[in-house]
Design a protein around this ligand. Structure first.
Ligand code: GLA
Length: 391
């Protein structure tokens, strides 16, 4: 009854704060993959284009020994920078011989032997954002190459979208629509014979959330994240209203985690709290080999991961947002509700939301209490509380 009241309130208040309606269909996936948001690691936020096979192996070892793999982080993705500057004489992509002397297939085997999966990066244009060979016009061959190497996940970027284009833009009228270029790689992956998660990276342009569920398993909702609270907050604002487009098999991607990369401890925790509420892919973007134990403890919190990975796959909705004090709710598969109280502002503030006679667990502390009428907390500046309210 009370839950129903909360849901009704959510719909009404959602409309008031201008949130996107959930009337659109929930994604159900076009390739049977990513029933829950993908979890893993990607080198780009910590290393830029400076990726090597030694780094990937050392990171994989750490993911196993630290418990990250067993917490659910499985995809180890090599971002831009892995390729040699040109295709070989047969037109095939080749890894940079200095950075990846043993090749991609050997790296895939190394990861697979450890219960991990390999992600790789390419681009739906003539060059990658880092200026290396793109896949435009080579989709079939490149998808077949990835499958032969044992790749499990493709992050597909959108730089240099056609001949004559600059990295992020084309002269008017010269760009082939992203949707068509992504469709070609989707079809190539589907016919490659290997299940490969398809990650669309067109930075939220062209209303991608509206169409992407039939094209990829996740799609970026914004430009690149940086390790600042301002970036985190801006990306949260751009993504929170898009929940109606996501669901099992297709997820809004607010970009990789910046946890451990220089934000405060409160902000690090806020990023994971919000990303879990949004049912976002959890892609670690820090130097794991040298990560502090606080970072690993945060990233492996089982209660938070369970909310991110909840099989119902319904992203949170913003039910109120007065003066930068936000309340989000997310229905969960077992009938529980996840509630986030997020203080966007630069000063501590009290945030409250109605619930009644419920068992409520503070997910980060693990403390369970019975509340009568409401959840109320003093939330630190930039902080977010995460509760699980029993059905
Ligand atoms: C784009 C993407 C980033 C990263 C870089 C690599 O900026 O959005 O996530 O892949 O390219 O060059």
């Amino acid at each position: 009854m009370v839950i129903r009241l909360v849901v009704v309130l959510a719909v009404l208040l959602g409309a008031l704060v201008g949130e996107h309606s959930t009337a659109g269909p929930l994604a159900r996936g076009y390739n049977g993959l990513a029933a829950t948001p993908p979890m893993g690691w990607n080198d780009y936020n910590a290393y830029g284009l400076d990726v090597t096979e030694d780094l990937v192996r050392a990171t994989a070892d750490t993911m196993v020994s630290s418990g990250l793999r067993d917490a659910g982080y499985r995809y180890v993705t090599i971002d831009d920078g892995w390729m040699a500057p040109a295709r070989d004489a047969y037109g095939e992509l080749q890894p940079d011989p200095t950075r990846f002397p043993h090749g991609i297939a050997a790296l895939a085997a190394y990861l697979h032997a450890r219960g991990l999966e390999l992600g790789i990066y390419e681009d739906a244009g003539v060059h990658t954002c880092g200026g290396l060979p793109g896949s435009l016009g080579h989709e079939r061959d490149d998808a077949a190459q990835f499958a032969a190497w044992g790749v499990d996940y493709l992050k597909y970027d959108n730089c240099y979208a056609g001949p004559g284009c600059a990295d992020h833009s084309c002269p008017d009228g010269t760009e082939e629509p992203a949707r068509d270029r992504y469709a070609r790689m989707r079809d190539a992956l589907l016919s490659s014979g290997r299940p490969i998660v398809f990650s669309i990276c067109s930075w939220g342009t062209g209303d991608v959330s509206r169409w992407a569920a039939g094209y990829g398993n996740l799609w970026r909702t914004t430009g690149d994240i940086t390790a600042t609270y301002a970036s985190l907050l801006s990306i949260f604002h751009q993504t929170v209203g898009l929940g109606g487009y996501a669901g099992p098999g297709g997820w809004n991607d607010p970009d990789m985690l910046e946890i451990g990369n220089g934000m405060t401890a409160v902000e690090d925790r806020t990023e994971l709290t919000l990303w879990a509420a949004l049912a976002a892919p959890l892609v670690i973007g820090t130097d794991l080999v040298h990560a502090r134990s606080e970072t690993l403890t945060l990233l492996t919190d089982p209660g938070v991961i369970a909310i991110d990975q909840d099989p119902l796959g319904r992203p949170a909705r913003l039910v109120s947002a007065a003066d930068g004090l936000d309340v989000l709710t997310r229905p969960l598969a077992d009938g529980d509700t996840a509630i986030v109280l997020f203080n966007e502002t630069d000063a501590p503030a009290t945030i409250a939301t109605p619930v009644s006679a419920h068992t409520v667990t503070d997910v980060w502390s693990g403390t369970t209490t019975t509340v009568n009428g409401e959840i109320r907390a003093i939330v630190p500046a930039h902080g977010a509380m995460l509760y699980r309210v029993a059905a």
